[in-house]
Design a protein around this ligand. Structure first.
Ligand SMILES: [Mn+2]
Length: 348
């Protein structure tokens, strides 16, 4: 089940809440004292920045798996989202020791970047999204993998657990991204999507259609879920997508966006006799966005191609931020997961 801490940061008392949430998440992830101190410092800095530079925003802390080659343990992911004016000079802001005010007690974004296991930030006129991950590793990742996965998951009404879940497993040349939306929301929805993630880890070596059939059996004791499975063959670059129920999927390839369609049904309850599998060639630079129906289905893909080269969690959080508005409040758990295929050498 996906445990999430969401902290609206609109006054200075919430900075402490941000730190406490980061510490609680580290305890869940069994990170040591040093890494916990790192996460607490980063959460404090990002929350302080929301107040100082953006007139407030929100901080979302959750645990993510690190699908690294060594199968690392969980990481604490800290995401800060705001609708502020944006950072005029990101390069300068990320310089270690940089601060905009003499009175600042903050460590600065450069320090956050240096001490986190992974850190990325996207800033535009629509605001800033920062993502820091802290795991048990010391130092930064040496080599960039050929494809990267990241996401964000925000439960309805700041509930402790999200009824949505995403996960990614790798088995030889098969990299499989799953997004599950347990029916409704609340603990029973979280149980259903959690069961989907658990089963994925048992059957990640199978094809996307076979995985869905196994999930249907595994989810029978639960209330069921909408589930989509996107499987990339990292040798051939072919993506195989199959979904049952209402999971949104958009593929960005060769410069344009395409909807990938799921089949009606409920995994664990009403499984279709035949699940169509959609196959697409995916060149480096392609990007797949999966999302639950907490995100309005008519969300508009980001106009700035520069965003698409960022950390997948930053892309996911930016899509989520820009799709929701005060005029159409979110009525469900909302999860967005992104799979990005890197260009050789890691550049755009
Ligand atoms: Mn839903």
């Amino acid at each position: 089940m996906t445990r999430v801490w969401e902290i609206p940061v609109h006054d200075s008392t919430r900075v402490r809440d941000a730190r406490v949430a980061a510490e609680a998440a580290c305890a869940h992830a069994r990170l040591d004292e040093h890494r916990t101190a790192v996460a607490a410092l980063v959460a404090t800095e990002l929350a302080t920045n929301l107040l100082k530079h953006a007139g407030g925003g929100r901080l979302v802390v959750h645990l993510v798996e690190c699908p690294g080659p060594a199968g690392r343990g969980p990481a604490v992911q800290i995401t800060a989202l705001d609708h502020g004016p944006g950072i005029p000079d990101v390069t300068a802001a990320l310089r270690d020791g940089y601060t905009t005010s003499d009175a600042s007690l903050g460590a600065g974004l450069g320090t956050c970047q240096r001490i986190s296991s992974a850190f990325d930030l996207y800033s535009s006129g629509r605001g800033t999204v920062s993502v820091a991950r802290v795991d048990q590793s010391t130092g930064r990742r040496q080599t960039a993998p050929a494809c990267r996965v990241g996401g964000i998951n925000i439960p309805l009404g700041r509930a402790e657990h999200s009824g949505d879940a995403y996960s990614c497993v790798r088995s030889d040349s098969r990299l499989t991204l799953l997004l599950a939306d347990g029916l409704g929301h609340g603990p029973k929805a979280a149980q259903a999507s959690g069961a989907a993630v658990d089963e994925l880890h048992r059957v990640g070596h199978l094809t996307s259609a076979e995985i869905l059939r196994h999930l249907h059996q595994a989810l029978r004791p639960t209330r069921g879920a909408a589930v989509a499975v996107a499987q990339l063959d990292t040798d051939t670059g072919e993506l195989a997508f199959a979904g049952v129920g209402n999971i949104g999927a958009r593929l960005h390839a060769a410069g344009s966006w395409e909807h990938l369609i799921s089949h009606p049904g409920i995994v664990g309850a009403q499984f279709p006799a035949n699940v169509p599998v959609c196959r697409r060639p995916c060149a480096p630079g392609s990007l797949l966005v999966l999302h639950s129906d907490g995100l309005p289905s008519r969300w508009v893909p980001p106009a700035d191609p520069g965003l698409l080269t960022h950390d997948p969690a930053v892309i996911a959080a930016t899509v989520l931020r820009d799709a929701s508005s005060a005029a159409s409040p979110v009525r469900d758990d909302t999860c967005v997961a992104v799979l990005a295929l890197d260009h050789p050498g890691g550049g755009p």
